[in-house]
Design a protein around this ligand. Structure first.
Ligand SMILES: [Mn+2]
Length: 326
């Protein structure tokens, strides 16, 4: 472990102001795990701290300790300090936030620089690992079973339970420490992965009907029409992770999910790659961002055909650029 001096630690140690911690909208395991771990730690340190989220906590993450204490934003309140975690910028909170000082803790490449207390490391396997380093630099003895569970959830979910390319010696070292500090790997895996609803299975079956291959099988995609949610009694958050189905096909280098959001007049795009293609480049050209292997963006049109064509054009460019396709 690194054990370095981290500017945000000294800043938070001194402050008496109110702190609002923010995961990104449609939060994933890393965003919520990181936010709640930092929240529990700062509370132990006697800080005036809250966690705010625009969205309802998805069922597969509701086991993370203290999710019931998350407040709904925007709430019109003013905070001295806003800390956004696992996000490229403050806009990712998806709500108007009134804070005097903005700070970012994140492992995405690029993004906004908000203050000299930002703690950003694109080499970190998860934002949870940065929160762990922050706590380590301040007071390791404060880590209890609940904080370890939050951090392990962030680390495990962002590494696909230790399968993705951000899984390395450091990832396991951190996991080992968190298990020693009380995180239960089997419990967290079961809670996250094995509590699917019957309705979600029905949604998956509808979505798989839309599965298509492009570019001689190098690209695979699915479409999640908003009517699917109504037809199966599911909701938008149930579309999380479906992009892993096209990704798992042999020979596929780029996988995508097109998710219809008619109320916003757009299609949300999730992009995944397996080995060589940098999908963050594709997402960036469409106004989004993320990591080499996992990125996302939004395409402003209600037409699925237009969204698909625009997306395929950018995917093709990236395949050519990286000489995956001649
Ligand atoms: Mn993350």
């Amino acid at each position: 472990m690194k054990r370095q001096s981290i500017p945000i630690v000294d800043f938070l140690r001194e402050t008496k102001g109110s702190i609002l911690i923010l995961p990104h909208e449609n939060p994933d395991g890393d965003a919520l795990g990181s936010a709640l771990a930092l929240y529990l730690f700062l509370k132990k340190k006697g800080k005036n701290v809250s966690v705010g989220c625009k969205d309802k906590i998805p069922h597969f993450l509701d086991f993370i300790p203290h999710t019931e204490e998350i407040i709904k934003i925007p709430n019109g309140k003013f905070y001295d300090i806003g800390i956004i975690v696992d996000s490229a910028g403050f806009h990712r909170a998806g709500a108007d936030i009134r804070v005097a000082k903005k700070i970012r803790i994140d492992h995405h490449i690029g993004g906004e620089f908000l203050s000299r207390y930002d703690y950003i490391d694109p080499k970190a396997p998860a934002t949870a690992s940065l929160v762990y380093e922050l706590i380590l630099a301040w007071d390791e003895s404060a880590i209890d079973k609940e904080i370890a569970t939050c951090l392990y959830t962030g680390l495990a979910t962002d590494t696909g339970f230790f399968r993705y390319s951000n899984t390395n010696e450091y990832t396991f070292e951190l996991a080992k420490r968190l298990v020693a500090q009380g995180a239960d790997p089997n419990y967290i895996y079961r809670m996250f992965s094995e509590r699917e609803s019957f309705n979600k299975m029905k949604l998956i079956s509808k979505v798989l009907e839309t599965l298509s291959l492009y570019e001689e099988g190098l690209v695979a995609g699915i479409t999640v029409y908003s009517r699917f949610f109504k037809e199966t009694g599911t909701e938008y958050t149930d579309s999380e992770g479906l992009v892993n189905y096209p990704r798992s096909i042999e020979g596929v280098e780029v996988a995508f999910a097109l998710i219809e959001k008619p109320e916003e007049g757009l299609w949300k795009v999730s992009l995944r790659s397996k080995e060589s293609v940098d999908v963050s480049k594709i997402a960036e050209r469409l106004g989004g961002g993320g990591h080499k292997y996992a990125s996302g963006c939004k395409i402003k049109t209600t037409s699925r055909e237009k969204a698909l064509n625009l997306l395929l054009k950018e995917i093709r460019k990236q395949l050519k650029f990286q000489h995956i396709k001649s």
